[in-house]
Design a protein around this ligand. Structure first.
Ligand SMILES: Cc1cc2nc3c(=O)[nH]c(=O)nc-3n(C[C@H](O)[C@H](O)[C@H](O)COP(=O)(O)O)c2cc1C
Length: 172
């Protein structure tokens, strides 16, 4: 059986709620906020799921010590990701930010496409209402898009479907 880890940030808000809903959709999964995770432990997992909210690019690109994603990315680059799968989920608000809905998925895509891992978990944009997103291309998001602000009632179902899709894409 494939070993799965879910890493998320930030803590204490919608991302953490969504992480819990996704974790429930798997029988076996380890879950950490990224601050509590030692990147060297990546070697123990076959699938690494990362999730974050879209709160503006400056939070991502600022490589200062307090940017937890930058820290994880730097560590991830030192790891051998050959034969690993990665998948992303991104939180956003399609009503307040229709031109930038779940842009964070595009940032994940950018970070990981140059690593050796195999990216899985693309998700159709059908059923969402937004005008533009750096997190989508040709009718597909780069990962699971979650809108806890406007459609939290859909998250559990989406998580279940996405989890099944990920297992299938890994041949489980
Ligand atoms: C300062 C700020 C900027 C945001 N920018 C975007 C955005 O560009 N695109 C988007 O889809 N959502 C945006 N959002 C909405 C959040 O991504 C959304 O509310 C998310 O569920 C928050 O998750 P969290 O509580 O884990 O941070 C923004 C929210 C805040 C507070």
């Amino acid at each position: 059986m494939k070993k799965i880890v879910l890493l998320y940030w930030p803590k204490g808000g919608n991302t953490e709620n969504a992480a819990e809903k996704i974790a429930k959709a798997f029988d076996n999964i380890d879950v950490f906020d990224i601050k509590s995770f030692n990147a060297e432990d990546i070697k123990n997992y076959d699938l690494i799921i990362t999730g974050a909210s879209t709160v503006g690019a400056e939070n991502w690109e600022d490589a200062s010590d307090d940017n937890e994603w930058s820290r994880l990315d730097l560590e991830m680059r030192k790891q051998d990701l050959t034969n690993k799968y990665v998948a992303f989920f991104g939180l956003g608000d399609q009503v307040l930010y229709p031109d930038h809905f779940v842009d964070v998925l595009g940032l994940f895509e950018e970070e990981y496409q140059n690593m050796n891992a195999k990216i899985i978990g693309r998700w159709p944009t059908d059923g969402y209402r937004f005008t533009d997103s750096d997190g989508a291309k040709d009718g597909m998001f780069y990962g699971l898009a979650i809108d806890e602000d406007n459609e939290d009632e859909l998250t559990e179902e989406r998580a279940k479907k996405w989890a099944a899709q990920l297992l299938k894409e890994m041949g489980e």
